[in-house]
Design a protein around this ligand. Structure first.
Ligand code: SF4
Length: 332
């Protein structure tokens, strides 16, 4: 979207102010030539003439195939790409957008619907941005979390290009952009040198290395404690505390052994531990911990100095919650 659009605009005589206006409009979901302020000057004639073709190219990136509103105000969108493949993106009541970065995912987490289908292909930066454009036509988006289908570290160049575009023209701050990852040395190295530093959510799920290999079979083989250290370095560099994500599976990673490790590794850290109590997925035999167990976990870890939050996964009634996304119209 961004690079191709810029080239089109420039070849039609656009000046930097015209580029800014057109790109801001595109990422806001408005027509390229929309005027927002009285002072917005008309585009030069040559540029006006080039805009319909540019708009058509933008619209051809992705379309909404179906929309599935949830009772809690969330909305799961099935987004069809130009090659006929589909991804899902979820508008959340918090005005966040949970965007996909790949069609499918290679990590294969045993508790995730996306992971069961394997990886079909990476999304281009434009296809990631198109999800924001389409979502903003349906309501405001104040934050983008790259937590939908896919592992962002496996498609990092496109994800960082999307991050840069959203900061430059999409009206979002870097702290409003959250890259979620199972943890990968290449990711930490790239984030360390990238000038725009978004927030990081580390999908940890367990501090037991052997258990992690079972739950996240194709995640890089890095010891979970080392991952926490790497994420903390990134937090210091970005000035944004680490979000640690932990899908809570009854009898698997909600035991006292895990709580003891969490106390040892995460107490007093500049990190928020986001527990995501398991969301039911057809054909997967995990169970959600009881409300009593969730309360006990929160009480124990809070007393130990771990900053814990329980994420009420939005969109559960429309299969738009964490771990439930997939390309419903099959990956061709
Ligand atoms: S939880 Fe994330 S990393 Fe794991 S399979 Fe699903 S999409 Fe991939």
């Amino acid at each position: 979207m961004v690079q191709a659009l810029l080239e089109r605009l420039r070849s039609a005589g656009a000046k930097p102010a015209h580029e800014r206006r057109a790109l801001s409009n595109a990422l806001a979901g408005r027509p390229l030539d929309a005027r927002r302020a009285r002072g917005d000057a008309a585009f030069p004639r040559g540029l006006e003439l080039a805009l319909p073709a540019a708009q058509r190219a933008l619209e051809s990136l992705a379309t909404i195939e179906s929309a599935h509103p949830g009772l809690d105000g969330s909305e799961r969108l099935l987004v069809r790409l130009a090659d006929g493949r589909s991804v899902e993106t979820v508008r959340l009541p918090s005005l966040s957008l949970c965007a996909s970065t790949q069609v499918g995912c290679a990590v294969g987490c045993t508790f995730c619907m996306t992971g069961r289908e394997g990886l079909a292909r990476n999304l281009a930066a434009d296809e990631i941005l198109a999800q924001v454009m389409l979502a903003r036509r349906r309501g405001p988006v104040k934050r983008v979390v790259f937590m939908g289908m896919g592992e962002p570290a496996h498609n990092l160049a496109a994800v960082l290009a999307a991050v840069d575009a959203l900061v430059e023209w999409g009206g979002l701050g870097r702290k409003d952009l959250v890259i979620s990852s199972v943890g990968d040395r290449r990711l930490f190295a790239r984030l360390a040198e990238h000038p725009v530093k978004p927030a990081l959510a580390l999908s940890l799920h367990t501090l037991d290395a052997a258990r992690r290999r079972e739950l996240l079979p194709r995640a890089p083989a890095i010891d979970p404690e080392e991952l926490v250290e790497l994420a903390q370095e990134q937090a210091r560099a970005s000035g944004i505390p680490t979000q640690v994500q932990w899908t809570l599976l009854a009898g698997v990673n909600d035991g006292d052994d895990e709580l003891a490790r969490i106390e040892r590794v995460l107490a007093g850290r500049w990190a928020v531990l986001n527990f995501i109590p398991w969301n039911a997925v057809d054909g997967v035999a995990y169970e959600r911990p009881s409300a009593e167990r969730l309360r006990a976990i929160g009480t124990r870890l809070g007393a130990a100095g771990v900053f814990v939050k329980f994420r009420r996964s939005a969109g559960q009634d429309v299969d738009g919650a964490c771990g439930q996304l997939r390309a419903r119209r099959a990956v061709c």
